[in-house]
Structure formats: structure tokens, C-alpha cells
Design a protein around this ligand. Structure first.
Ligand SMILES: [Zn+2]
Length: 303
């Protein structure tokens, strides 16, 4: 990999920003890199299958991006995801191979002022999505923003399930709440016109995806261009086979069902896809293969 393709912070150039139905403008902000354990990332999928798609490093890890989305509509700016932030222990950063990860630093590096963000949408409360909600000083990194989290996710973070102890960013959640900036939502909610959060569960109890672009009036899709951001329900294009759940999915049975439902809609309606940890060019479109699987449009199906 050359130095250019391993740049720490990047944003989709203005000329390549996408605009979806209703005028929602989308750019991808690359906020750094991390290296999840491949075995965990691909869960029950046998290595001979996933290793056709991606190489591991000497520690069995794969190189992934921390992708944020910057959305603009009607004078409002929304940031989707907050990366790892800067509050992790050095040892954890080293184990997970994190480079960068602070969303405010990433935005400033591409000339976006964090104080101009009106809403921060967090798909779920794991470290690599919610770790950058607040800074080292405990103050929200986005001083004017409302932080949008599903109520079920916040409740799970505050709950007493042993599996979740130390996994959810509960302390950061409470710091955001104490600052008066937390918006716990329930169900499908249109945050601003054309930007809707949609609970999916599967990965965590209260995971949410994002639907970008409004359906044309009088039609369910009407041919209007729309896009989806899956959160960790589908973190990269490598996990498109619907049964390829990860070991980090708390509810894999639900994850397979909701992935199938959502991907069917994405293919049938021609939606564009943004993936939270994909290092490749985004967005992409999908298609159904001859074997009735779902794959990246125009690519040879690997599995
Ligand atoms: Zn993640």
C-alpha cells in the first residue's frame, strides 16, 4: 500500500460529494485506521472463505477505516459516528492498531469546524463509533450538537448485562447527557428532512442505521436516489453475504434477518451504500448475482 492510500485523514472532494433525494449532500470523512481481529470480525465464517477477500497482518488483524459521514441539508450539518476518540488507554490503542480516531481532529484536518455540527448521529455505543463523543476533558467534542442515540441502546449501556460491562461508552453517554446535548430517540425518526435513523438491532440491542434521501411523494421509492449507512450491522463490503455475522454481533439471529430485509430493499430500490469500516471507495451500489446472492454491482462475485 503506498503512502498516499494510507493517508490518516481525508474527506470526499467537494466535486465528488453526492447529493440524494431532497438535497442531502454527503461526504465521507476518513477519521483514521484501526485493525480489528480478523477472527472476531468474521465470526463463524471459515478463514478459507474470508481470506480470499482480505489479508491479515502478522497479528491476525485486518486494516479497516474509521469512516464518518458529513451530511449537509438546508443549512444544517450532521456528523455520523465519532470514531474512537482519544480517551482509550495506549495499550488498547496498540492492540487494536488505531491510528488517529479523534473526530474533531479529523474534521479540522479537512477544514471543517467541529462547532458547525448541528447533530451527531451515533449508530451504537461501541468504542469505535461512540469513543469520540467527548474529549479528554470530558466535554462534548461538538459543542453545539445534539447527539442522537436510540433509547434502547442507551438503556442497554446503562444496564447490567455482563457481556456489555466495559464494552459500551456509558461514561461518555452520561457526559453528553449532563451537558444537555443527548437526544435519545425511539424508532424511525427523521432527524432533519431527508435524514432518518432506523433501529436495526442485531449488532447491539439498540443499533441504528441511517437512511439518506426522501422517498418521492406518492411513491415508496419513486426512482429518487437514496442511500443507506449500515453502522456495524454491515461494517464493510466484505460482509455482504447475509449470514456473515461477526463475533461482535450480540444478536446474530436478528442480524441475519434484518440484513436480509434491508439488503433486499437496497438492491430492489437501487440505493447507494456507505460502510463504516470499509477502506475502499464509497458509496457503492449492489446487485443480485446469478446465484441469488447480493454483491457489489459490477464486481466478480467472490463467494
Ligand atoms: Zn465498529
Amino acid at each position: 500500500m503506498d503512502a498516499d492510500s494510507h493517508r490518516l485523514y481525508e474527506i470526499t472532494p467537494d466535486s465528488e460529494a453526492r447529493e440524494f433525494a431532497g438535497g442531502v449532500r454527503v461526504r465521507v470523512v476518513r477519521a483514521g485506521w484501526f485493525r480489528p481481529d480478523a477472527g472476531g470480525f468474521f465470526g463463524v465464517v471459515p478463514k478459507p472463505l474470508w481470506s480470499r477477500l482480505i489479508e491479515t497482518d502478522e497479528r491476525g488483524r485486518i486494516l479497516c477505516r474509521l469512516n464518518l459521514l458529513l451530511l449537509e441539508i438546508g443549512g444544517k450539518r450532521l456528523l455520523v459516528e465519532t470514531g474512537t476518540g482519544e480517551r482509550m488507554r495506549d495499550k488498547d490503542r496498540e492492540i487494536k492498531g488505531i491510528e488517529g480516531g479523534n473526530p474533531a481532529v479529523a474534521l479540522e484536518a479537512v477544514d471543517i469546524d467541529p462547532a458547525t455540527i448541528d447533530f451527531v448521529i451515533v449508530s451504537h455505543l461501541h468504542y469505535d463509533h461512540a469513543g469520540g463523543m467527548v474529549g479528554a476533558d470530558g466535554r462534548p467534542l461538538f459543542p453545539r450538537a445534539r447527539y442522537v442515540v436510540q433509547r434502547e441502546e442507551a438503556a442497554a449501556a446503562r444496564g447490567d448485562q455482563l457481556r456489555l460491562q466495559g464494552i459500551m461508552e456509558t461514561e461518555q453517554l452520561e457526559l453528553v447527557r449532563a451537558a444537555g446535548q443527548l437526544a435519545e430517540v425511539h424508532g424511525d425518526v427523521e432527524v432533519v428532512p431527508g435524514v432518518t435513523v432506523m433501529p436495526t438491532g442485531g449488532h447491539t440491542h439498540g443499533s441504528q442505521a441511517l437512511i439518506i434521501g426522501r422517498a418521492a411523494s406518492g411513491h415508496e421509492n419513486g426512482g429518487a436516489e437514496r442511500a443507506v449507512f449500515f453502522g456495524d450491522l454491515i461494517p464493510t463490503r466484505w460482509q455482504l453475504p447475509v449470514r456473515w455475522t461477526s463475533a461482535f454481533d450480540d444478536y446474530p439471529v436478528d442480524a441475519v434477518e434484518v440484513r436480509q430485509r434491508l439488503l433486499t430493499r437496497v438492491v430492489d430500490e437501487g440505493w447507494w451504500c456507505y460502510f463504516t469500516h470499509d477502506p475502499g471507495a464509497l458509496p457503492i451500489q449492489l446487485e443480485r448475482t446469478e446465484k441469488d446472492a447480493i454483491a457489489v454491482r459490477g464486481s466478480p462475485s467472490a463467494v
